[in-house]
Design a protein around this ligand. Sequence first.
Ligand SMILES: NC(=O)c1ccc[n+]([C@@H]2O[C@H](COP(=O)([O-])OP(=O)(O)OC[C@H]3O[C@@H](n4cnc5c(N)ncnc54)[C@H](OP(=O)(O)O)[C@@H]3O)[C@@H](O)[C@H]2O)c1
Length: 259
Amino acid sequence: MPASPSAYGPFSLAGQVAVVTGAGKGIGRACALMLAQAGADIALCARTQADLDAVAQEIRAMGRRAITVAGDVSLESTLDTLVARTVAELGKLTLLINNAGGAGPNNPQKMGGEAFSAVLTWNVTPAYMLIQKAVPLMQAAGGGAVVNISSVAARYAQKRFSAYGAAKAALNQMTRNLAHDFAPTVRINAIEPGTILTEALAPYLNAERTERMLSNTPMGRMGQPEDIAGAAVFLLSPAASWITGKILGVDGGVEAPNF
Ligand SMILES: NC(=O)c1ccc[n+]([C@@H]2O[C@H](COP(=O)([O-])OP(=O)(O)OC[C@H]3O[C@@H](n4cnc5c(N)ncnc54)[C@H](OP(=O)(O)O)[C@@H]3O)[C@@H](O)[C@H]2O)c1
């Protein structure tokens, strides 16, 4: 039985309405569920309707409202629909998690400029545009908060991550700058997950890599999506009301690549 929102005290999100992108699986799904557990109603976006329906069902079983918007966040039409339906059906928009993103390793001797640019665009531009569309609604509601899901790849120097690392570093700096643009009514922070066990990570794991990761991670285990969700609830809650423009590492204590 999940704790009631009132048990969350200053970490409660009761009365809030959150948009979560990439909410059908992995980190986005865990964030949507934990935000709902903390009291928020949720607008879920990803491309696969069946995944969204399953998450929405879990949220409704907690007594919270959920809507689903199936679409690609790279398309402005999806973002417009997401924002408009959130306000029309859930009454307002006060919280946002920009989670959809990602990329695999790249070989800098093979990846051309077009593919490199696509990784940069995909990891940064939908988040920028969704913040731009959401902020006036947050301001109209009296305030709001945003979490962008970045990556530890933004801060390590490591082989084969020049595209993804650069893209997430850009997302971090965008977070810092937009936080200044929209303070004090809207807070904007980012989380840098370490290695989190999701479907996106699975293709890159084998026994040897897993062993290396575990031995190079001070906390001695891989991350779970719920590890990121807990940090997101905190950053979106009144308990974090003096935190903006910051990048929070949620990574089991790693300070160097463990991959
Ligand atoms: N897993 C890790 O170790 C790790 C580490 C650091 C950072 N991150 C970051 O965390 C975020 C989530 O990663 P994850 O591991 O949770 O991924 P995941 O398990 O693959 O889930 C990704 C979610 O995003 C949705 N999605 C993908 N493309 C989309 C698009 N164009 N438009 C709308 N939704 C889309 C997917 O659903 P559909 O395919 O149905 O659209 C799915 O619901 C990413 O930004 C990633 O860079 C992950």
